[in-house]
Design a protein around this ligand. Structure first.
Ligand SMILES: *[C@@H]1O[C@H](CO)[C@@H](O)[C@H](O)[C@H]1NC(C)=O
Ligand SMILES: *[C@@H]1O[C@H](CO)[C@@H](O)[C@H](O)[C@H]1NC(C)=O
Ligand SMILES: *[C@@H]1O[C@H](CO)[C@@H](O)[C@H](O)[C@H]1NC(C)=O
Ligand SMILES: *[C@@H]1O[C@H](CO)[C@@H](O)[C@H](O)[C@H]1NC(C)=O
Ligand SMILES: *[C@@H]1O[C@H](CO)[C@@H](O)[C@H](O)[C@H]1NC(C)=O
Length: 529
């Protein structure tokens, strides 16, 4: 589930924060040969950041017990965006401790270092401890100054506060909206190490730790448990550690994400990334106009229905009177449709619409959720009407309603462009597609077609990027071949003439050393949904 595809702007944020540089930048030139310099291990600084090379790297490790190293490339856009934040973090940390230092390495110029530390994309941040050159820790924190500082401090200090007395615990739990306390009978247990490892990474949450029997008793616990205390919704959620299998770090991480979210989240630019990061597959959206009190009253029932689906369906409120037109658009709705519900599975992008005319109550919301989960409600597929002249021009126009019949016609080889009206890469290839259709217009067995994927959804598959090209060869097998080669007339023609495969492997472009993180061919030339 690397790429959600509900809203493209969210995706951009999402992809940025998780993947670092997304698509490779165009016009990347091979880095020039570094001019040979006399090897010196002198440590130079720029803006409180050490500038490291293969010659002084070892010395930096010796002199600084904690070292965060950024591998960057001169041509990498996200590196440039990170630079001021990184410099600010360095200045914030200046007074903290001389043991801790920020450093940077020009990856393409220092190939040996980039290779040694397995750098495969830029920027890459790695944390070195105790001069240990093997197996540095990947930096997983937020890519802004305060976030970097918080992440580093977690690694230097204890990542969880030890709680000894009832008063300490009460004060700690009261100190934040959300705190997490690990109750472990034996602090030497390896489950505790797992708990602390999570605390080191989850820098936005506050962690405490105790082994005191009186605290187990006070909080009604008889066995090792991680408790998330919150000042909203249920107030508290318990994660009992499995006595046989021990603490499962992935399960606990998921538990913390799910339970630190409010039962009902209002959708806006601040919450959207959190909504998607929660990695809950189903989102139930209540569309209301918040300025209308009869609409606001529906929130109560919505909220009431939420706890039963915690972790399985995320409840989200969308204010149609707010800046949420893109959400309405995505669902093919307008503000006058509110109040109403939509459920979407963000992995399959299948959408579900409740039966018309029903009231929105706790009971009806629960029933709708249950019916979707049990498969009783079929996904709602959008389709435009079939245009009267859909087959009059060389490029045939497909919509949801005629797609099956045309694309899976057993007597035809059908080549379809799935596009979005706003997508630039689609516009770039529009003429070529028409030329292709013109060229093959007299071939009875070949159909060149296009479908606007923003207005037409298909049961067979979801389209996640634009343009997507798929070939549906003749025959009864409903075969689908994704076309991933160059988008020019010559290559298209070869592909068609050869029955849906290219005659020989494409000559590979010379590899650019160290592509940016997440570089992906298909993403490179596509606009995301
Ligand atoms: C660091 O310390 C110096 C001198 O002690 C002080 O002037 C400066 O404001 C401090 N900077 C920060 C970011 O705390
Ligand atoms: C360096 O760290 C690795 C992994 O944590 C560890 O296996 C290794 O023993 C350490 N080396 C030294 C010299 O401490
Ligand atoms: C929301 O309701 C108000 C009336 O209170 C109305 O003026 C406004 O146009 C509505 N907003 C939308 C987007 O429909
Ligand atoms: C809103 O959508 C409804 C149908 O969903 C349609 O009847 C109505 O004309 C639309 N209103 C506007 C202002 O687009
Ligand atoms: C590129 O993206 C596509 C679609 O998301 C995925 O199937 C493929 O595995 C990715 N390739 C690489 C090298 O990440």
């Amino acid at each position: 589930m690397r790429r959600y595809s509900l809203l493209f702007f969210v995706l951009t944020v999402w992809a940025w924060t998780l993947n670092g540089e997304g698509a490779g930048e165009e016009g990347v030139e091979a880095p020039e040969e570094a001019t040979p310099e006399p090897p010196s291990d002198e440590l130079l600084e720029e803006d409180d950041i050490l500038v490291l090379t293969q010659h002084n790297f070892g010395r930096a490790l010796q002199e600084h017990r904690y070292l965060l190293v950024e591998f960057y490339a001169p041509w990498c856009g996200h590196c440039r965006a990170l630079a001021p934040e990184y410099a600010k973090a360095a200045s914030l940390l200046k007074n903290e401790s001389s043991e801790l230092k920020l450093a940077k390495v020009d990856g393409p110029a220092e190939k040996e270092l980039a290779e040694e530390f397995g750098v495969t994309g830029y920027p890459a941040l790695k944390f070195f401890k105790d001069g240990n050159r093997s197996q540095p820790v990947e930096f997983t924190g937020p890519r802004e100054a305060e976030g970097i500082v918080r992440w580093l401090k977690r690694r230097l200090g204890p990542s969880a506060t030890r709680l000894e007395t009832e008063a300490e615990a009460a004060q700690f739990i009261d100190s934040q909206d959300i705190v997490i306390v690990g109750f472990f009978k034996d602090l030497q247990d390896e489950d505790v190490a797992g708990f602390l490892a999570i605390a080191e990474d989850a820098v936005d949450l506050t962690f405490g730790l105790t082994d005191r029997p009186e605290l187990f008793q006070k909080y009604d616990l008889s066995r090792d448990t991680v408790v998330l205390f919150k000042k909203f919704d249920e107030g508290r959620a318990d994660f009992p550690v499995d006595e046989e299998l021990g603490l499962d770090q992935a399960d606990l991480t998921h538990f913390l994400v799910v339970h630190s979210m409010h039962l009902v989240t209002e959708f806006n630019s601040q919450t959207s990334s959190k909504i998607f990061e929660a990695r809950i597959l189903n989102h139930l959206l209540l569309f209301i106009n918040q300025t209308l009190s009869p609409h606001r009253e529906l929130l109560k029932g919505f909220q009431e229905a939420a706890p039963a689906f915690r972790g399985e369906i995320l409840f989200v409120v969308v204010d149609v009177a707010g800046e949420n037109d893109h959400v309405l658009q995505y669902f093919g709705m307008n503000a006058t449709d509110a109040p109403t519900l939509r459920l979407i599975n963000v992995e399959t992008t299948k959408k579900y619409v409740p039966g018309a005319g029903g009231e929105i109550t706790a009971a009806s919301v629960s029933a709708f959720c249950q019916d979707v989960l049990s498969g009783k409600v079929k996904p709602h597929l959008r389709s435009q009407e079939i245009p009267a002249d859909w087959d009059q021009k060389p490029v045939k126009v497909l919509v949801g309603k005629n797609f099956e019949e045309v694309a899976f016609d057993a007597s035809k080889n059908v080549f379809v462009k799935f596009y979005a009206p706003w997508c630039t890469h689609c516009k770039e290839m529009a003429q070529t597609w028409e030329d292709l259709a013109e060229k093959y217009k007299d071939r009875e067995d070949i159909v060149i077609a296009e479908l606007d994927s923003t207005a037409n959804e298909l049961e067979a598959f979801a389209i996640r990027g634009f343009p997507t090209l798929k070939y549906f060869p003749a025959g009864p097998d409903r075969k689908v071949i994704e076309y991933k080669s160059s988008r020019d007339l010559e290559t298209f023609s070869k592909f068609l003439d050869n029955g849906g495969v290219l005659p020989e492997p494409e000559p590979k472009e010379p590899e650019v050393p160290l592509p940016e993180a997440g570089a992906n061919d298909s993403k490179d030339h596509k606009d995301e949904l």
